[in-house]
Write a protein that binds this ligand. Structure first.
Ligand SMILES: *Cc1c(COP(=O)(O)O)cnc(C)c1O
Length: 512
């Protein structure tokens, strides 16, 4: 790749200008693809001990200092592409099934390059008009899909954790205003014992948000869940009734698609209760929102239209490169607590004349147009295209569930709701927590398959046990790949089991 492109007006440039500069990006990508092709490990993760893998990458980069003079773009990019190919993760591999981290759609990756190439920002009109309008269009389309009315608004952000933080910040300020307290100006001191209620298995970002917002993690009150890992409405009602007078409930956080089980809290019942108690209802649908793309699965989210705010992550079910998270508010006016007038960005007279932007709807200033990849995906595949992809992943999870049921050594720990399957390996005379943890590490270090792990109270009671988890987000994975994954898992499990038994025999001999 040459270091410079020739612009339409005949000047050479090293910058990604529209036209010639962008085609230089395309040429560069084609050259990267060639470099990757030669070095790609062809498995989900590189094999080997994690510290050795990290050290190999660091070694290849050389001394830890910025070089005094560069090697030029082509060599620099080829070197990095080779490192990523040889030591990185391949999310498109059919035996990659650990996290809510999907293979990214090609159309989204190209649109993301466009986002980088424009380097537009969403804070003001003059930092990028087109993408400002594209974000509004996409937010409105998502709000409509959620069942919100015309009063709704929303904003893109760098992840579900951030969207949850923003939701709780807005809920905190809104609730405080109802008690005559201005938290934005005066802090949380004037709020009487603020609490946030969420299920016992809500995402940890809710607790972190409570800490960041000055409420403290102890303000997150855990509500019990039923055997299907869903918040128990009666328990929420009892807690709100008991604590409602002595505390200030800032929000109830319902989860639509828990990270481990995909379980969805009973939204209609929770909406009834929060309405009755006058408490903000936030739905963390980071994982589950994509169900609305599918006619078959959309019913899971009935009631979401009654939320005050919704977090959704299209870098999970949505097949976007990270990040593509959105916070939707049922009432756009409630963004008011984030409004900000900055002399050099959005002075009032400029805003009145139409030169404003979205600075006042988020905590970010410079904000990249992540929306471009999302809009490109929606236009390219439509709701049906995305729905079909989700349904294929849901079918794969069902297939894995049946394979687990058919294997005497495997125990299904939770039924499939969306695209995760939680299970564990069972054997006699060994600590199952250790065996399952070692089994997963062994799969990772061999590089052959990548699966997840978590802790679950098996059967709903007792101590949490180490379990294994598949998160299936690749619709190009086939049933035969799922079988290959389980074959490999069972092979390695036997290896782990027999080694552990040998070791415990040795221990027994030593102690004799
Ligand atoms: C993934 C997830 C989050 C966090 O989202 P990030 O984009 O990883 O920050 C929050 N809530 C739930 C339920 C999730 O699954």
């Amino acid at each position: 790749m040459s270091a410079e492109s020739v612009l339409p007006w005949g000047r050479a440039s090293r910058f990604a200008g529209p036209g010639a500069g962008w085609s230089e990006v395309g040429t560069g990508l084609a050259q990267l693809a060639a470099a990757v092709g030669e070095r790609h490990h062809g498995v989900p993760l590189p094999s080997g001990d994690p510290l050795a893998v990290l050290a190999a990458v660091a070694d290849a980069l050389g001394p830890e200092r910025i070089p005094e003079s560069g090697v030029g773009p082509a060599t620099a990019l080829a070197r990095l592409a080779e490192l990523v190919a040889a030591y990185g993760l391949d999310l498109t591999h059919p035996l990659t099934a650990a996290h809510l981290q999907p293979p990214p759609l090609t159309v989204a990756v190209v649109a993301d390059a466009l986002a980088s190439a424009t380097n537009a920002s969403l804070d003001t009109y003059d930092s990028g008009p087109a993408t400002l309008a594209i974000e509004q269009w996409t937010i409105n389309a998502l709000a409509r899909l959620a069942g919100f009315t015309e009063t709704a608004g929303g904003v893109f952000g760098p992840g579900g954790s951030y969207s949850n933080l923003l939701a709780l910040l807005i809920a905190r300020d809104y609730t405080a205003a109802g008690h005559g307290v201005n938290t934005r100006q005066d802090g949380v001191g004037g709020l009487h014992r603020p609490i946030v209620l969420c299920s016992r298995i809500a995402h940890f970002s809710v607790h972190r948000a409570c800490a960041a917002l000055g409420l403290g993690e102890a303000a997150a009150i855990p509500v019990p869940v039923d055997a299907e890992h869903r918040m128990i409405p009666e328990a929420l009602n009892a807690l709100l009734t008991e604590l409602g007078h002595s505390h200030t409930p800032v929000a109830v956080v319902a989860t639509a698609g828990t990270t481990d089980f995909g379980s969805v809290d009973p939204l209609p019942a929770l909406a009834e209760i929060t309405a009755r108690h006058g408490v903000w209802l936030h739905v963390d649908a980071a994982y589950g929102f994509g169900s609305l793309f599918s006619d078959r699965l959309a019913g899971l989210l009935t009631g979401i239209e009654r939320a005050d705010s919704i977090t959704l992550d299209l870098h999970k079910v949505g097949w976007q490169p990270a990040a593509a998270s959105v916070l939707l508010l049922a009432d756009q006016q409630r963004f008011a607590s984030l409004s900000r007038s900055v002399a050099y960005l959005n002075p009032d007279d400029d805003v009145e004349a139409g030169y404003g932007g979205l600075l006042g709807q988020t905590l970010q200033t410079t904000r990249r147009p992540d929306v471009l990849k999302v809009a490109a995906t929606f236009l390219a595949y439509g709701r049906n295209g995305l729905g079909a992809m989700l349904e294929t992943c849901h079918d794969l999870a069902g297939y894995a569930e049946r394979r687990i049921a058919a294997e005497p050594q495997l125990e299904l720990v939770a039924p499939v709701t969306l695209t995760t399957v939680v299970f564990r390996y069972r054997c006699e005379d060994l600590d199952l927590d250790q065996v399952n943890a070692e089994l997963r590490r062994r799969l990772i270090s061999s590089g052959t398959a990548l699966i997840g792990r978590t802790q679950v109270r098996v059967g709903g009671s007792g101590e949490p046990r180490t379990c294994l988890k598949l998160t299936l987000l690749n619709p190009e994975t086939a049933a035969a790949d799922i079988d290959a994954l389980f074959d490999e898992l069972l092979r390695v499990a036997l290896e782990v089991e027999s080694e552990a038994l040998e070791q415990s025999d040795e221990m027994a001999t030593i102690h004799e």
